[in-house]
Design a protein around this ligand. Structure first.
Ligand code: S3P
Length: 433
């Protein structure tokens, strides 16, 4: 991926009407993975066809699975748990931490060797969190410094018994996927409950799994029968337009069929506390995931002070939440967010640098950020190749008195390829440099 494209955005009009949010990234990754391990044809509709999800599709094609893509439907012709074939080249997870962590659980338990790598950002992100529990269960994984590239050497694993101290759905899901291939009962627990899409999808596909609070028990070597999956629209992508509409006067938008899994809706709870006018209507459930339509109107927001378990329920929404905090009168304090330093960029650092450049007062520690509300005065900010940082500063551009230029924006395609088109369709002045 190149990292030289910049975008300039000018102060805009209000946002209005219906905004089409693409499919959920976490759920699309998991659907491709579980579809590849199931028996029969699975059609995944409203799939997210972003760069990250395409990496997952390509990884499983490389592992011998027949997959075809037409519009935003992914069709997988699975041949069951033991159908994967040795890849003829290294699997490249690109920029995707979710792919790298989750597929590690699958590669570690195959009866063939394989290698996994990623782009210049991903090879610097921590993999010890998945390597360690897999090694404990008997896997053989070679790496230097617990980072990508990783080599998985064929080995036989015993049932996993692991409690994750780190709130990470990627770690939990990696171990659940590995457990599918291990004879006997694996027990995986987490101190803080994280997004449970893997568990919900296994239940939906009728795979026996027992969930007791934070404890998950699963016996391997069962059969996963393919069933079609319709992917809810991504609340993490919707968050950019929720906050854009809140901070831009006279806005009122609707977004349909957004995933409102309770372990992902921390952003709605916090914005509610800040005084946001957000309505959740037409609640429903699709393939074991709750969805609803979300209606948003411009609102005056108040500052917040948050920490603790809520953080894992809005971990991906923190960069755009910082923009909302910058629009409040007074100080907001968000603590317990050290994990942000290990995302596609060090998000505390990238957001602090950009906000300060735009004239906002910010103080940070290793695991917290304090933002004093003020006016965006425009300027040039670097996204450091991080999609969520780039989109956050483009949203700030909607209300900035002078234009904001965001450097390094190609990465938006990893999660939200239609983001720029939606902004342009809302009559915003936005130009590629
Ligand atoms: C994800 C889990 C979260 C999140 C990421 C997607 C997933 O990461 O930040 O964007 O799909 O499981 P962690 O598990 O590292 O918290």
């Amino acid at each position: 991926m190149t990292n030289n494209s910049s975008i300039i955005i000018n102060q805009s009009n209000n946002l209005e009407g219906e905004i089409n949010i693409p499919g959920d990234k976490s759920i699309t990754h998991r659907a491709v993975m579980l579809g590849s391990l199931s028996r029969g044809r699975m059609d995944i509709t409203n799939a997210l066809l972003s760069e990250d999800c395409k990496r997952t599709i390509n990884a499983f094609i490389l592992l011998g699975v027949k997959i075809s893509v037409s519009k935003n439907i992914i069709s997988i012709y699975g041949n069951g748990l033991h159908s994967l074939k040795p890849p003829t080249e290294d699997i490249d997870a690109g920029n995707s931490g979710t792919l790298a962590r989750l597929i590690s659980g699958i590669l570690a338990v195959q009866d063939f060797n394989s290698s996994l790598t990623g782009d210049k950002s991903l090879i610097q992100r921590p993999m010890k969190r998945v390597i360690e529990p897999l090694l404990e269960a008997g896997a053989t994984i070679r790496s230097s410094n617990n980072m990508l590239p990783l080599s998985f050497i064929k080995s036989s694993l015993s049932p996993i018994r692991y409690t994750s101290k780190l709130p990470s759905a990627q770690v939990k899901s990696c171990l659940l996927l590995a457990s599918l291939f291990i004879q006997g009962k694996s027990i995986i627990a987490e101190d803080t409950k994280t997004r449970d899409h893997t568990e919900r999808m296994l239940e939906y596909l009728n795979y026996p799994i027992d969930i007791d609070g934070k404890l998950i028990t699963l016996s391997g070597l069962g059969v996963i029968e393919a069933k079609d999956i319709s992917v809810p629209s991504d609340i993490s992508s919707a968050a950019f337009f929720i906050i854009a509409s809140l901070i831009q006067d006279d806005s009122h938008i609707t977004m349909k069929s957004i995933g409102i899994n309770p372990l992902r809706t921390g952003i709605l709870d916090i914005l509610g506390q800040m005084g946001a006018d957000i309505q959740i209507v037409n609640s429903n459930s699709i393939n074991n995931e709750p969805v609803a339509d979300i209606l948003v109107k411009s609102s005056k927001l108040s500052p917040i002070n948050i920490s603790g378990d809520i953080i894992s329920r809005l971990i991906d929404e923190l960069p755009i939440l910082f923009i909302a905090c910058a629009c409040c009168e007074g100080d907001s304090l968000i603590s317990g967010i050290e994990e942000l330093r290990h995302k596609e960029s060090d998000r505390i650092q990238s957001m602090q640098e950009g906000l300060i450049r735009l004239g906002i007062k910010v103080e940070t520690t290793l695991d917290s950020i304090k933002i004093t509300g003020g006016d965006f005065k425009g300027g040039i900010v670097n996204s450091y190749g991080d999609h969520r940082v780039a989109m956050s500063f483009l949203v700030a551009g909607l209300i900035s008195k002078k234009p904001i230029t965001v450097i390094d924006t190609d990465n938006i395609n990893t999660s939200f390829p239609s983001f720029i088109k939606i902004l342009k369709d809302q009559n915003n002045e936005i130009y590629n440099l």
